[in-house]
Each structure stands twice: as structure tokens, then as C-alpha cells.
Design a binder for this molecule. Structure first.
Ligand SMILES: NC(=O)c1ccc[n+]([C@@H]2O[C@H](COP(=O)([O-])OP(=O)(O)OC[C@H]3O[C@@H](n4cnc5c(N)ncnc54)[C@H](OP(=O)(O)O)[C@@H]3O)[C@@H](O)[C@H]2O)c1
Length: 248
């Protein structure tokens, strides 16, 4: 039976790169996101088979029907879940709104929690499940204007450890990757005209101990390592893949 991975937020950025790495390593990929056109583009690059799950993780109550779709694929064994979907909004706390907090927690935390609960029966059945949560350096050390986002990732970090404790004895490993800054559509600067964008990226790169910002592949490779048997004795870890920025 073919091994399978579920990647949330697979339609773009880090999630799309992660789907490709798993595909290169022989996995069937369940690609979850809201934008079907972009999911289809990623599916074209997944040569070992894929299936689209057009779902909004902010609507936690509707997720069970998507997990039912997982059970229709009798030809694959789901071994890995990557909770990567996320939203990032910058807002001054003092003048900000509770809505900003609710929106980001709805996707970054509650969506991931609800989807993980829906997927757990499949991971348990495989007998060697692995979950990787995509967190952020901001979850450990926030910066101005990111209170809601940073708090949602801090909660994800703690939840990662709690799951590692509870699910370890059931054969499931749970780890997190705390990503540093990566050029993806989640950032406003991603859509800047080329010249302007290069200046922004160069300036941000100079702030990183390793002298550059990250690529989607930098993060995807770390996610794959934590999901794969190469990290078989690792659970509850939070791997910072951030050019060293958490040390500054
Ligand atoms: N880029 C960075 O600098 C950075 C740094 C640290 C951590 N991260 C984390 O990395 C993860 C991936 O972000 P990215 O940088 O790759 O950004 P991205 O390119 O904007 O990708 C975000 C993904 O999340 C999905 N998504 C958002 N809201 C969703 C919802 N309600 N339901 C289902 N899917 C949803 C999007 O898909 P649809 O639009 O199709 O729904 C998209 O595929 C996020 O968790 C982010 O917090 C990123």
C-alpha cells in the first residue's frame, strides 16, 4: 500500500514545497487548501498521486466530511500530517480588534486542532504516525505588531508538546518547525515590484546571522526530516529553521 501524507496549506509557499518533497520521496499527497486552482497546480507536480481537499480550516465544524473523503482511499496508508496552513496579520495591539485574534486563532490553532482530531484515526491505524506543526520563531519571541499571530504560534508550540506526551505511547510522534522569515505570499512584500522587493529582501537578509532570509525548501526539508523515520526517536521537539534570528 502506498504511504500518504496530508499537507494543509498546500496551495502555496511552504506547503506546496513540502508536498513536492514528500512526492519526490514516494508519498501520495492529500493537498488541503481553499484555492482549488492553486491546489491543482501543485497536484501537477506531485508525480506519485494526489487528491485535493478544498476545505476552509476556519470552519472547524465542517471538517468531518473531508476526513470521510480520506477513508474512501483504500489504496493508501496515511502516515503523516503536516499542519502548515496559516494566516499572518500585522496589527497594533492597542488600536487593534478582537476579530484579528479570532481570525488567526481560527486557522492557526483551532483549525489545526480540529483537523488533527479528524485525522488521528488514520494516523493511529498506520501504527507509526508522525505530525509536524509549522510554527514560527515569533511563537517563542514576538515582534511588534504580531501579538495575535505570535500568541497563536506560542499556543501551537505548547500543544505540540502536549500531543507528543499523549500520543507517543500510541505510536505517534509530534514535532514542530519554527520557521524564520521566508518570501511567500503570506507577506505583503511578496507582491512588491522586483526592484523594490530585492531591496527589502536584502535588508531583511542582513538582519539574519546566516546573512539571508529562508527559502521554502529550507523549511520543507526540515519538515520532511521531522516527519521521516530519520528522526524516529524525536518527539516534542521544536526545530528552529530561521537563519539564527531567534538568537538575536
Ligand atoms: N513565510 C514566513 O515567513 C513564515 C514564517 C514563519 C512561519 N510561517 C508559517 O508557515 C505556514 C505556511 O505559510 P507560507 O509562508 O507558506 O504562506 P502562504 O504561501 O500564504 O501559504 C499559506 C497557506 O495556508 C492556507 N490557508 C490559509 N488560510 C486557510 C484556511 N482558512 N483554510 C485552509 N487553508 C488555509 C493557504 O491556502 P488557501 O489560500 O488555498 O486557502 C496557503 O496554502 C503558516 O502556518 C505560517 O504561519 C511562515
Amino acid at each position: 500500500m502506498k504511504k500518504a501524507v496530508i499537507v494543509t496549506g498546500a496551495s502555496s509557499g511552504i506547503g506546496a514545497a513540502t508536498a513536492e518533497i514528500f512526492s519526490e520521496n514516494g508519498y501520495f499527497i492529500f493537498l488541503l487548501g481553499r484555492n482549488e486552482d492553486r491546489l491543482q497546480q501543485v497536484a501537477l507536480r506531485c508525480r506519485n498521486g494526489s487528491s485535493l481537499l478544498k476545505a476552509d480550516l476556519a470552519k472547524a465544524e465542517s471538517l468531518s466530511k473531508y476526513s470521510q473523503h480520506l477513508s474512501t482511499r483504500k489504496d493508501v496508508q496515511i502516515e503523516v500530517l503536516i499542519n502548515n496552513a496559516g494566516q499572518f496579520q500585522i496589527e497594533d495591539f492597542a488600536s487593534g480588534s478582537l476579530e484579528t485574534w479570532k481570525t488567526q486563532f481560527a486557522v492557526n490553532l483551532f483549525g489545526a486542532v480540529a483537523w488533527t482530531q479528524a485525522c488521528l484515526p488514520f494516523l493511529l491505524k498506520s501504527g507509526r504516525g508522525s505530525i509536524v506543526n509549522v510554527s514560527s520563531t515569533l511563537g517563542a519571541k514576538p515582534i511588534t505588531g504580531t501579538s495575535a499571530y505570535s500568541a497563536s504560534k506560542a499556543a501551537m508550540n505548547n500543544w505540540t508538546q502536549a500531543m507528543a506526551l499523549e500520543l507517543g505511547p500510541k505510536g505517534i510522534r509530534v514535532n514542530a518547525v519554527s520557521a524564520g522569515i521566508v518570501d511567500t505570499p503570506i507577506h505583503g512584500f511578496h507582491a512588491l515590484p522586483d526592484g523594490e522587493k530585492k531591496a527589502v529582501l536584502d535588508n531583511m537578509g542582513k538582519l539574519q546571522p546566516l546573512g539571508r532570509i529562508g527559502s521554502v525548501q529550507d523549511i520543507a526539508k526540515a519538515i520532511y526530516f521531522l516527519a521521516s523515520p530519520d528522526s524516529a526517536w524525536t518527539t516534542g521537539a521544536n526545530l528552529h529553521v530561521d537563519g539564527g534570528i531567534n538568537l538575536t
